[in-house]
Design a protein around this ligand. Structure first.
Ligand code: ADP
Ligand code: TRP
Length: 331
Protein backbone atom coordinates (compact mmCIF):
# COMPACT_ATOMS: atom_id res chain seq x y z
CA UNK A 1 0.00 0.00 0.00
CA UNK A 2 1.38 3.40 -0.95
CA UNK A 3 1.53 6.35 1.39
CA UNK A 4 -0.08 9.60 0.26
CA UNK A 5 0.48 13.00 1.88
CA UNK A 6 -1.36 16.21 1.08
CA UNK A 7 -1.60 19.62 2.74
CA UNK A 8 -3.66 22.76 2.36
CA UNK A 9 -2.89 26.09 4.05
CA UNK A 10 -5.64 27.44 6.29
CA UNK A 11 -5.89 30.86 4.71
CA UNK A 12 -9.66 30.71 4.12
CA UNK A 13 -12.27 28.24 2.96
CA UNK A 14 -11.53 25.49 0.45
CA UNK A 15 -12.29 26.42 -3.13
CA UNK A 16 -12.81 24.44 -6.31
CA UNK A 17 -9.11 24.72 -7.19
CA UNK A 18 -8.15 23.03 -3.93
CA UNK A 19 -10.79 20.38 -4.54
CA UNK A 20 -9.69 19.43 -8.03
CA UNK A 21 -5.97 19.95 -7.34
CA UNK A 22 -5.59 18.21 -4.00
CA UNK A 23 -8.71 16.11 -3.43
CA UNK A 24 -9.41 14.79 -6.89
CA UNK A 25 -10.37 11.14 -6.84
CA UNK A 26 -10.22 11.11 -3.05
CA UNK A 27 -12.44 8.03 -2.77
CA UNK A 28 -10.03 5.91 -4.76
CA UNK A 29 -7.16 7.66 -3.03
CA UNK A 30 -8.23 6.85 0.52
CA UNK A 31 -9.46 3.35 -0.31
CA UNK A 32 -6.25 2.27 -1.96
CA UNK A 33 -3.59 4.08 0.04
CA UNK A 34 -2.42 5.02 3.49
CA UNK A 35 -3.42 8.70 3.36
CA UNK A 36 -2.35 11.66 5.47
CA UNK A 37 -4.27 14.87 4.85
CA UNK A 38 -3.19 17.78 6.96
CA UNK A 39 -3.84 21.47 7.47
CA UNK A 40 -0.61 23.39 6.92
CA UNK A 41 -1.00 25.93 9.72
CA UNK A 42 2.74 26.43 10.25
CA UNK A 43 2.99 27.36 6.57
CA UNK A 44 0.19 29.87 6.91
CA UNK A 45 2.20 31.87 9.48
CA UNK A 46 4.18 33.41 6.62
CA UNK A 47 1.25 35.80 6.21
CA UNK A 48 0.98 36.62 9.96
CA UNK A 49 -2.66 35.70 10.78
CA UNK A 50 -4.09 36.76 14.15
CA UNK A 51 -4.50 33.87 16.64
CA UNK A 52 -8.28 34.13 16.26
CA UNK A 53 -8.21 33.96 12.45
CA UNK A 54 -5.74 31.10 12.51
CA UNK A 55 -7.92 29.01 14.77
CA UNK A 56 -11.09 29.73 12.78
CA UNK A 57 -9.42 28.94 9.47
CA UNK A 58 -7.95 25.67 10.73
CA UNK A 59 -11.37 24.57 11.90
CA UNK A 60 -13.03 25.61 8.65
CA UNK A 61 -10.53 23.74 6.51
CA UNK A 62 -10.94 20.63 8.64
CA UNK A 63 -14.72 20.86 8.20
CA UNK A 64 -14.35 21.43 4.45
CA UNK A 65 -12.02 18.44 4.15
CA UNK A 66 -14.49 16.10 5.83
CA UNK A 67 -17.50 17.58 4.01
CA UNK A 68 -15.69 17.10 0.70
CA UNK A 69 -15.53 13.39 1.44
CA UNK A 70 -12.37 12.62 3.36
CA UNK A 71 -13.21 9.83 5.74
CA UNK A 72 -11.45 10.01 9.13
CA UNK A 73 -11.92 6.24 9.44
CA UNK A 74 -9.83 5.69 6.34
CA UNK A 75 -7.47 8.65 6.10
CA UNK A 76 -5.47 10.36 8.81
CA UNK A 77 -6.63 13.96 8.96
CA UNK A 78 -4.55 16.23 11.17
CA UNK A 79 -3.31 19.71 11.93
CA UNK A 80 0.37 20.23 11.07
CA UNK A 81 1.24 22.03 14.33
CA UNK A 82 -0.10 19.06 16.31
CA UNK A 83 2.88 17.11 14.95
CA UNK A 84 5.87 19.33 15.77
CA UNK A 85 8.32 16.60 14.72
CA UNK A 86 7.96 18.13 11.27
CA UNK A 87 9.98 21.11 12.54
CA UNK A 88 12.85 18.86 13.53
CA UNK A 89 12.87 17.16 10.15
CA UNK A 90 12.70 20.53 8.43
CA UNK A 91 15.70 21.75 10.42
CA UNK A 92 17.68 18.60 9.68
CA UNK A 93 16.92 18.80 5.96
CA UNK A 94 17.75 22.52 5.85
CA UNK A 95 21.41 21.81 6.65
CA UNK A 96 21.78 20.43 3.14
CA UNK A 97 19.69 23.00 1.33
CA UNK A 98 21.35 26.04 -0.18
CA UNK A 99 20.06 29.58 0.19
CA UNK A 100 20.66 30.20 -3.52
CA UNK A 101 18.41 27.36 -4.60
CA UNK A 102 15.64 28.60 -2.30
CA UNK A 103 15.96 32.12 -3.68
CA UNK A 104 15.45 30.77 -7.19
CA UNK A 105 12.10 29.07 -6.42
CA UNK A 106 9.32 30.55 -8.57
CA UNK A 107 6.81 30.86 -5.69
CA UNK A 108 9.41 32.69 -3.56
CA UNK A 109 10.26 35.13 -6.33
CA UNK A 110 6.55 35.75 -6.84
CA UNK A 111 6.09 36.50 -3.11
CA UNK A 112 9.04 38.89 -3.13
CA UNK A 113 7.39 40.71 -6.03
CA UNK A 114 3.95 40.78 -4.40
CA UNK A 115 4.87 41.55 -0.80
CA UNK A 116 8.31 43.23 -0.80
CA UNK A 117 7.77 44.40 2.79
CA UNK A 118 7.25 40.92 4.20
CA UNK A 119 9.99 38.71 2.78
CA UNK A 120 10.39 36.64 5.95
CA UNK A 121 12.70 33.66 6.37
CA UNK A 122 9.65 31.39 6.65
CA UNK A 123 8.86 32.16 3.02
CA UNK A 124 12.37 31.26 1.95
CA UNK A 125 12.24 28.05 3.94
CA UNK A 126 8.74 27.16 2.74
CA UNK A 127 9.83 24.37 0.35
CA UNK A 128 11.97 22.76 3.06
CA UNK A 129 9.06 22.61 5.50
CA UNK A 130 6.88 21.24 2.72
CA UNK A 131 9.48 18.56 1.95
CA UNK A 132 9.52 17.70 5.67
CA UNK A 133 5.70 17.34 5.63
CA UNK A 134 5.97 14.83 2.83
CA UNK A 135 9.07 12.93 3.95
CA UNK A 136 7.84 12.76 7.57
CA UNK A 137 5.53 9.92 6.50
CA UNK A 138 7.89 8.68 3.76
CA UNK A 139 5.24 9.38 1.15
CA UNK A 140 5.13 7.75 -2.27
CA UNK A 141 2.54 10.06 -3.78
CA UNK A 142 1.40 13.64 -3.31
CA UNK A 143 -1.87 14.91 -4.83
CA UNK A 144 -1.25 18.53 -5.79
CA UNK A 145 -2.20 21.05 -8.42
CA UNK A 146 0.13 22.27 -11.14
CA UNK A 147 1.37 25.17 -9.00
CA UNK A 148 3.11 22.76 -6.61
CA UNK A 149 5.14 20.91 -9.24
CA UNK A 150 8.38 22.74 -8.45
CA UNK A 151 8.00 22.25 -4.69
CA UNK A 152 7.55 18.54 -5.24
CA UNK A 153 10.61 18.38 -7.43
CA UNK A 154 12.58 20.04 -4.64
CA UNK A 155 11.24 17.48 -2.17
CA UNK A 156 12.69 14.75 -4.37
CA UNK A 157 16.01 16.62 -4.57
CA UNK A 158 16.24 16.99 -0.79
CA UNK A 159 15.30 13.35 -0.23
CA UNK A 160 17.84 12.16 -2.74
CA UNK A 161 20.49 14.40 -1.23
CA UNK A 162 19.84 12.96 2.23
CA UNK A 163 19.99 9.40 0.87
CA UNK A 164 23.21 10.16 -0.96
CA UNK A 165 24.97 11.95 1.93
CA UNK A 166 24.18 9.16 4.38
CA UNK A 167 24.51 6.37 1.82
CA UNK A 168 21.12 5.04 2.82
CA UNK A 169 18.08 4.75 0.53
CA UNK A 170 15.85 5.75 3.43
CA UNK A 171 13.51 8.22 1.75
CA UNK A 172 11.42 7.29 -1.25
CA UNK A 173 11.25 9.90 -4.00
CA UNK A 174 7.62 11.05 -3.93
CA UNK A 175 5.79 11.76 -7.17
CA UNK A 176 2.65 13.75 -7.96
CA UNK A 177 -0.49 11.67 -7.62
CA UNK A 178 -2.07 12.65 -10.88
CA UNK A 179 -3.91 9.49 -11.93
CA UNK A 180 -2.10 9.47 -15.25
CA UNK A 181 -3.36 12.92 -16.21
CA UNK A 182 -1.63 16.28 -16.37
CA UNK A 183 -1.58 18.24 -13.14
CA UNK A 184 -4.62 20.46 -12.87
CA UNK A 185 -4.90 24.21 -12.66
CA UNK A 186 -8.41 25.52 -12.07
CA UNK A 187 -8.63 29.13 -13.28
CA UNK A 188 -10.23 32.09 -11.52
CA UNK A 189 -13.57 33.80 -12.17
CA UNK A 190 -11.82 37.14 -12.54
CA UNK A 191 -9.90 36.21 -15.69
CA UNK A 192 -6.80 35.15 -13.69
CA UNK A 193 -5.20 31.84 -14.61
CA UNK A 194 -5.38 30.36 -11.09
CA UNK A 195 -8.20 30.26 -8.61
CA UNK A 196 -6.49 31.16 -5.34
CA UNK A 197 -7.73 32.30 -1.96
CA UNK A 198 -4.38 33.68 -0.89
CA UNK A 199 -3.56 35.53 -4.08
CA UNK A 200 -6.96 36.65 -5.25
CA UNK A 201 -10.13 36.28 -3.20
CA UNK A 202 -12.34 37.43 -6.06
CA UNK A 203 -11.27 34.48 -8.20
CA UNK A 204 -12.78 31.79 -5.96
CA UNK A 205 -15.88 29.65 -5.73
CA UNK A 206 -15.81 28.10 -2.27
CA UNK A 207 -17.19 24.68 -1.39
CA UNK A 208 -19.02 26.54 1.40
CA UNK A 209 -20.72 29.05 -0.92
CA UNK A 210 -24.53 28.90 -0.82
CA UNK A 211 -26.19 28.15 -4.20
CA UNK A 212 -27.29 31.78 -4.64
CA UNK A 213 -23.75 32.99 -3.99
CA UNK A 214 -22.35 30.56 -6.58
CA UNK A 215 -24.91 31.71 -9.13
CA UNK A 216 -24.11 35.38 -8.58
CA UNK A 217 -20.36 34.79 -8.80
CA UNK A 218 -20.65 32.87 -12.06
CA UNK A 219 -23.02 35.37 -13.66
CA UNK A 220 -20.53 38.13 -12.80
CA UNK A 221 -17.48 36.19 -14.06
CA UNK A 222 -15.37 38.02 -16.62
CA UNK A 223 -15.98 37.12 -20.31
CA UNK A 224 -15.53 39.14 -23.53
CA UNK A 225 -17.58 40.52 -26.40
CA UNK A 226 -17.67 37.17 -28.25
CA UNK A 227 -15.88 35.71 -31.28
CA UNK A 228 -16.35 37.48 -34.61
CA UNK A 229 -14.83 34.91 -36.93
CA UNK A 230 -14.60 31.09 -36.88
CA UNK A 231 -11.44 29.68 -35.37
CA UNK A 232 -10.74 32.82 -33.37
CA UNK A 233 -8.66 31.91 -30.29
CA UNK A 234 -10.42 32.32 -26.96
CA UNK A 235 -9.50 35.14 -24.60
CA UNK A 236 -8.09 34.06 -21.22
CA UNK A 237 -11.37 34.90 -19.44
CA UNK A 238 -13.44 32.79 -21.88
CA UNK A 239 -10.88 29.99 -21.79
CA UNK A 240 -11.41 30.04 -18.01
CA UNK A 241 -15.18 29.61 -18.34
CA UNK A 242 -14.61 26.59 -20.58
CA UNK A 243 -12.09 25.08 -18.13
CA UNK A 244 -14.51 25.52 -15.24
CA UNK A 245 -17.24 23.91 -17.34
CA UNK A 246 -14.92 21.03 -18.14
CA UNK A 247 -14.46 20.45 -14.41
CA UNK A 248 -18.12 20.35 -13.38
CA UNK A 249 -20.34 19.82 -16.45
CA UNK A 250 -21.12 16.80 -18.61
CA UNK A 251 -18.89 16.38 -21.71
CA UNK A 252 -21.79 16.94 -24.13
CA UNK A 253 -22.69 20.22 -22.43
CA UNK A 254 -19.11 21.37 -22.86
CA UNK A 255 -19.16 20.26 -26.50
CA UNK A 256 -22.40 22.14 -27.14
CA UNK A 257 -20.92 25.46 -26.00
CA UNK A 258 -17.65 24.72 -27.78
CA UNK A 259 -19.62 24.28 -31.04
CA UNK A 260 -21.55 27.47 -30.33
CA UNK A 261 -18.29 29.32 -29.81
CA UNK A 262 -16.77 27.95 -33.00
CA UNK A 263 -19.90 28.97 -34.94
CA UNK A 264 -19.69 32.48 -33.40
CA UNK A 265 -23.15 31.98 -31.93
CA UNK A 266 -22.23 31.68 -28.30
CA UNK A 267 -24.23 33.62 -25.73
CA UNK A 268 -22.14 33.89 -22.60
CA UNK A 269 -25.26 34.56 -20.52
CA UNK A 270 -26.61 31.11 -21.47
CA UNK A 271 -23.26 29.47 -20.92
CA UNK A 272 -22.93 31.03 -17.48
CA UNK A 273 -26.46 29.97 -16.49
CA UNK A 274 -25.62 26.40 -17.41
CA UNK A 275 -22.24 26.58 -15.68
CA UNK A 276 -23.87 28.00 -12.52
CA UNK A 277 -26.47 25.19 -12.49
CA UNK A 278 -23.81 22.49 -12.93
CA UNK A 279 -21.52 24.02 -10.35
CA UNK A 280 -24.33 24.30 -7.82
CA UNK A 281 -25.26 20.65 -8.42
CA UNK A 282 -21.63 19.74 -7.83
CA UNK A 283 -21.12 21.85 -4.70
CA UNK A 284 -24.52 21.56 -3.01
CA UNK A 285 -24.05 18.19 -1.28
CA UNK A 286 -20.68 19.35 0.06
CA UNK A 287 -22.18 22.70 1.09
CA UNK A 288 -24.94 20.95 3.02
CA UNK A 289 -22.49 18.71 4.85
CA UNK A 290 -20.42 21.79 5.75
CA UNK A 291 -23.46 23.42 7.36
CA UNK A 292 -24.14 20.23 9.30
CA UNK A 293 -20.56 19.83 10.50
CA UNK A 294 -20.29 23.43 11.68
CA UNK A 295 -22.44 22.61 14.69
CA UNK A 296 -20.59 19.39 15.54
CA UNK A 297 -17.66 20.77 17.51
CA UNK A 298 -17.08 17.57 19.45
CA UNK A 299 -16.89 15.46 16.31
CA UNK A 300 -14.46 17.91 14.69
CA UNK A 301 -12.21 17.99 17.79
CA UNK A 302 -12.25 14.19 17.91
CA UNK A 303 -11.11 13.95 14.29
CA UNK A 304 -8.24 16.36 14.95
CA UNK A 305 -7.24 14.59 18.17
CA UNK A 306 -7.25 11.10 16.71
CA UNK A 307 -5.58 12.26 13.50
CA UNK A 308 -2.80 13.95 15.49
CA UNK A 309 -2.20 10.76 17.42
CA UNK A 310 -1.86 8.64 14.29
CA UNK A 311 0.30 11.21 12.52
CA UNK A 312 2.59 11.57 15.54
CA UNK A 313 3.13 7.83 15.60
CA UNK A 314 4.25 7.76 11.98
CA UNK A 315 6.36 10.92 12.51
CA UNK A 316 8.07 9.55 15.61
CA UNK A 317 9.23 6.50 13.71
CA UNK A 318 10.74 8.56 10.90
CA UNK A 319 12.44 10.98 13.29
CA UNK A 320 13.92 8.09 15.28
CA UNK A 321 15.32 6.52 12.09
CA UNK A 322 16.61 9.83 10.74
CA UNK A 323 18.35 10.72 14.00
CA UNK A 324 20.08 7.36 13.99
CA UNK A 325 21.10 7.67 10.35
CA UNK A 326 22.55 11.14 10.97
CA UNK A 327 24.48 9.88 13.98
CA UNK A 328 22.67 11.30 16.99
CA UNK A 329 23.26 8.62 19.59
CA UNK A 330 22.86 8.55 23.35
CA UNK A 331 26.19 9.19 25.11
P1 ADP B 1 -4.43 28.80 -2.37
O1 ADP B 1 -3.57 28.95 -3.61
O2 ADP B 1 -5.84 29.07 -2.62
O3 ADP B 1 -3.88 29.56 -1.20
P2 ADP B 1 -3.15 26.45 -1.34
O4 ADP B 1 -1.91 27.10 -1.80
O5 ADP B 1 -3.31 26.25 0.13
O6 ADP B 1 -4.38 27.28 -1.95
O7 ADP B 1 -3.32 25.07 -2.10
C1 ADP B 1 -3.51 23.81 -1.52
C2 ADP B 1 -3.62 22.75 -2.57
O8 ADP B 1 -4.60 23.07 -3.54
C3 ADP B 1 -2.32 22.51 -3.36
O9 ADP B 1 -2.23 21.13 -3.66
C4 ADP B 1 -2.53 23.27 -4.63
O10 ADP B 1 -1.79 22.73 -5.71
C5 ADP B 1 -4.02 23.08 -4.85
N1 ADP B 1 -4.56 24.22 -5.59
C6 ADP B 1 -4.74 25.49 -5.15
N2 ADP B 1 -5.28 26.27 -6.12
C7 ADP B 1 -5.45 25.46 -7.19
C8 ADP B 1 -5.99 25.66 -8.51
N3 ADP B 1 -6.46 26.83 -8.88
N4 ADP B 1 -6.02 24.60 -9.35
C9 ADP B 1 -5.55 23.39 -8.97
N5 ADP B 1 -5.04 23.14 -7.76
C10 ADP B 1 -4.98 24.15 -6.87
N1 TRP C 1 2.54 24.27 -0.40
C1 TRP C 1 1.21 23.77 -0.53
C2 TRP C 1 0.36 24.89 -1.17
O1 TRP C 1 0.55 26.04 -0.92
C3 TRP C 1 0.62 23.34 0.77
C4 TRP C 1 1.42 22.25 1.36
C5 TRP C 1 2.24 22.35 2.44
C6 TRP C 1 1.50 20.90 0.90
N2 TRP C 1 2.82 21.13 2.70
C7 TRP C 1 2.39 20.24 1.77
C8 TRP C 1 0.92 20.20 -0.16
C9 TRP C 1 2.71 18.87 1.61
C10 TRP C 1 1.24 18.84 -0.32
C11 TRP C 1 2.11 18.19 0.55
O2 TRP C 1 -0.50 24.60 -1.90
Amino acid sequence: MDTVVSGIRPTGFLHLGNYFGALRNFIKMQNENNCYFFIADYHSLTTHPTPGDLRTNVKNVLIDYVAAGLDPEKATIYVQSDVPQVCELSLLLSMNVYVGELQRVASFKEKVRRQPNNVNAGLLNYPVLMAADILLHRADKVPVGKDQEQHLEMTRDFAQRFNHIYQNEYFKLPVAYNFGNDLIKIPGLDGSTKMSKSDNEGSCVYLSDAPEVVRKKIMKAVSDSGPTEPGQPKSQAVENLFSLMKAVSAPDTLQYFEDQYQACQIRYGDMKKQLAADMIAFIQPIYERILELRSKDDYISKIAREGAEKARESAAKTIKDVREIIGFKAL
